[in-house]
Design a protein around this ligand. Structure first.
Ligand code: SAH
Length: 360
C-alpha cells in the first residue's frame, strides 16, 4: 500500500496497526509524508487548544531512587550523584512561588524514594489542594500499589505521569534490571486510569537498542491505553551510566512522533520536553510547532536543579523559576503561541471533527 494512503487513512481513523506505524516511521524523511502528518497535527492542536500553551510547574523534590534504570543519572547505583530531598515546607514554598508566576498545575516528580511515605505524600497533596483548590496536582513518583495510588487520589491528586518507557518486553529488559517489570509498569497505568486520574504515559526516543518496530509497539500501546497525556523526549546519555557513549535521540524523529501522537489522540496533552530543548536549542519551540501544547518549566530551588541529573547537559538548571517563566514566554510568543495561566485539563469532546468543536 502507498505510504500516503496509509497516512490519509490514519488521519481518517486515528489509528493504524503495528506494521503500518513502522512503515510510517521508516518513511518519516519523505517531505510530503512529513507535511501531511505535521499539518494535520497542527490543525488538530489548534482545533482543541487554539494558540494556548499550558505550563506545568515541575518540582523535582527528591533525586533519591530505589530503582536502577540503566539509562538514568539518578539510579541508585550511581554513587557520583549528589543526593537531596526537599522538605514538605520547601515543596509548598515552590508551589507558592509558582502560583504567583501564573502556574496552575504543580507536578511533583522524583525518584522512587521510600522516605516519602504514603502518609507524607497524602499530606503534601492535601496541603497544596487546600491552599490552591483551583490548581491541579500531578504526581510522577513511579510505580506504587493500587492502594497507594488510591490514597493519593482521595487526597486530591488529579493527574499522574508514568512513562511506560518502552512497550517491548525484550527492549525493556535491556534498559532495566531484573527486579523491574514492564507488565507491572503497564498495570500501574491501568490502575491509575481506573482510579480516575488523568494519566500520562510515554517513552524516550532513541533509547539504546530501540528499533523502529519498538516505536511502532509504543504507538500501539498508546493507542490502546488512550492516555490523557503523553511525554516523549529524546534519550540523552548520562556520563555515569553504562550508556554514557550512546548517541542522543534524534530531534526530527521526536518531532515526527509528536505529530503522529497528536493525530492519534487529537485532544491529548503533549509536552515539548526539556530533553527536546536540551538536544536542540529551539527544540521546545519546534515541539510546539509539531503539535505539542504543554511546557514544563522547573520550579525547584536552583540549588537542587543540577542534582536532578537524569542526563547530561540538562538545560535551565541555573535560572530562578521567574527567569525560566519569562524566557519560555518569549520563546512561545516568538512562534505565535501564548502561555496561559490555566489548569489546562484535557478537552474531552470525543470528536475531532471541526464542525463539532468550538474553541472557547
Ligand atoms: N521515578 C519517576 C520519574 C522518572 S524521571 C518514574 O519512574 O516515573 C522522568 C522521566 O525521565 C523518565 O520517565 C524517563 O523517561 C526520563 N529519563 C530518564 N533518564 C533519561 C535520559 N537519560 N534521557 C532522557 N530521558 C530520561
Amino acid at each position: 500500500m502507498n505510504i500516503y494512503d496509509i497516512a490519509y487513512r490514519f488521519i481518517e481513523e486515528n489509528k493504524l496497526d503495528r506494521d503500518e506505524y513502522a512503515f510510517l516511521i521508516d518513511r518519516r524523511n519523505d517531505e510530503k509524508l512529513k507535511s501531511i502528518i505535521t499539518d494535520e497535527a497542527v490543525r488538530r492542536r489548534k482545533m482543541y487548544y487554539g494558540d494556548k500553551v499550558f505550563t506545568r510547574g515541575l518540582i523535582e523534590f527528591t533525586n533519591i531512587c530505589k530503582n536502577d534504570c540503566y539509562y538514568c543519572g539518578i539510579r541508585r547505583s550511581n554513587s557520583n550523584a549528589d543526593r537531596y530531598r526537599m522538605t514538605e515546607e520547601e515543596i509548598i514554598k515552590c508551589c507558592e512561588n509558582g502560583y504567583n508566576l501564573g502556574f496552575r498545575t504543580f507536578v511533583l516528580q522524583g525518584g522512587e524514594d521510600p522516605f516519602y511515605t504514603d502518609e507524607m505524600i497524602v499530606r503534601i497533596v492535601k496541603s497544596i489542594k487546600a491552599e490552591y483548590p483551583q490548581c491541579a496536582v500531578t504526581l510522577s513518583i513511579g510505580e506504587k500499589s493500587y492502594e497507594s495510588y488510591k490514597l493519593y487520589r482521595e487526597a486530591g491528586a488529579d493527574r499522574y505521569l508514568l512513562r511506560h518507557e518502552t512497550a517491548d518486553e525484550a527492549h525493556y529488559r535491556t534498559l532495566h534490571p531484573e527486579e523491574m517489570s514492564l507488565s507491572n509498569r503497564k498495570q500501574c497505568l491501568y490502575n491509575l486510569k481506573e482510579l480516575g486520574y488523568q494519566v500520562g504515559a510515554g517513552f524516550m526516543v532513541g533509547s539504546p537498542g530501540q528499533t523502529v518496530e519498538n516505536i511502532a509497539e509504543d504507538l500501539c500501546f498508546l493507542q490502546e491505553l488512550q492516555p490523557d497525556m503523553v511525554g516523549i523526549g529524546p534519550f540523552i546519555p548520562h556520563s555515569d551510566t553504562i550508556f554514557a557513549n550512546e548517541k542522543s535521540g534524534d530531534v526530527e524523529l521526536t518531532l515526527f512522533l509528536l505529530s503522529v501522537i497528536r493525530v492519534m489522540i487529537p485532544d491529548v496533552l503533549l509536552p515539548a520536553t526539556t530533553a527536546l530543548g536540551t538536544v536542540d536549542p529551539s527544540g521546545r519551540e519546534k515541539g510546539i510547532l509539531a503539535g505539542a501544547n504543554v511546557v514544563m518549566p522547573n520550579l525547584s530551588p536552583v540549588d537542587n536543579r543540577k542534582k536532578y541529573d537524569l542526563y547530561d547537559n540538562k538545560i535551565c538548571t541555573g535560572e530562578e523559576a521567574a527567569e525560566c517563566r519569562g524566557c519560555l514566554e518569549r520563546r512561545i510568543n516568538s512562534i505565535g503561541y501564548r502561555i496561559v495561566a490555566e489548569r489546562g485539563d484535557r478537552q474531552h469532546t470525543g470528536t475531532h471533527k471541526e464542525e463539532e468543536r468550538i474553541i472557547t
